[in-house]
Ligand binder design. Structure first.
Ligand SMILES: O=C(CO)[C@H](O)[C@H](O)COP(=O)(O)O
Length: 263
């Protein structure tokens, strides 16, 4: 199977955005999930089901000897419903490859994550992985973070949320930081870890140095994890509208870009 499968399979059933997600996911799996990989981290979001779909297509023979580590409730369900073996990072603190979605990726492969409030576990699985790969559609491919996805998701322990919000508003330069509210429940979003999520937008100048802003936020007492992943990804795959895939990858300490053209 190759890149063309992601374009040809039931095209009419998928919207152009969904096709772009699937293209990215299939290409990333084809290039990074090898027969010798036995411990695989599965991220969260709407692109990741295509990652699992492609892994399942690699066949039972390969998958029967593998264990899959989820980043949260959604990916756990995905692994179980795909009849793949479930593990956890406390059993497997070293992961061969983790593939995950992203809310935005910059030219240096830094990214914003946490749109689905899963970024604590996602960062643990990214850090535990020998190789960490991002998959997304073309809308997530940006020069700088904060271009299309303005807020940085921040997981906080519930009793500290008001103090952290105040720190963000008055000391860190994010006057519009807000507590993320649930859509089908009264009150705030509660993460898989029982915590709250703050979304903190920062001015473009600040976002040009995501590592600096990440460390400043992380130093606030009450913050559990920041949805900025700096210097972690080896590559990011973006499915494009024309059926091509743009790949940004680390090569000899530099991020280089290549394109896989449609068949
Ligand atoms: O960080 C995440 C969840 O916390 C997701 O990976 C991110 O929101 C991307 O999701 P999608 O593939 O639906 O665009």
């Amino acid at each position: 199977m190759d890149h063309s499968d992601a374009i040809s399979a039931t095209p009419s059933k998928l919207s152009p955005i969904e096709q772009a997600k699937r293209l990215a996911a299939y290409t990333a799996v084809d290039e990074h999930i090898r027969p010798n990989h036995k411990v695989i981290g599965i991220g969260s979001g709407s692109t990741v089901p295509y990652v699992v779909e492609r892994i399942v297509q690699q066949g039972e023979e390969l998958n029967k000897n593998r264990v899959f580590i989820p980043t949260g409730f959604q990916s756990k369900e995905l692994i179980v419903s795909s009849n793949l073996s479930l593990g956890d990072v406390d059993q497997f603190p070293t992961i061969d490859v983790t593939i995950d979605g992203a809310d935005e990726v910059d030219r240096d492969l830094n990214c914003i994550k946490g749109g689905g409030a899963c970024h604590l576990r996602e960062k643990v699985l990214a850090e535990a992985a020998e190789t960490f790969i991002l998959v997304a559609d073309y809308r997530k491919n940006a020069e700088y973070l904060g271009t299309n996805f303005p807020g940085i998701p921040i997981e906080v322990v519930p009793f500290a949320y008001a103090k952290v919000l105040q720190n963000l508003h008055h000391a860190l330069g994010s006057p519009n930081a807000t507590l993320r509210m649930a859509k089908a429940k009264a009150g705030p979003v509660v993460s898989d870890n029982g915590n709250f999520i703050i979304d903190a937008p920062f001015p473009p100048e600040t976002m040009k140095d995501p590592y600096k802003v990440m460390t400043r936020i992380k130093m606030l007492t009450g913050v559990v994890e920041v949805g900025l992943f700096c210097h972690m990804a080896q590559a990011a795959y973006f499915g494009n509208q024309d059926g091509s895939v743009t790949i940004k990858e680390q090569t000899d300490g530099l991020v280089v870009e290549r394109t896989v053209l449609p068949p």
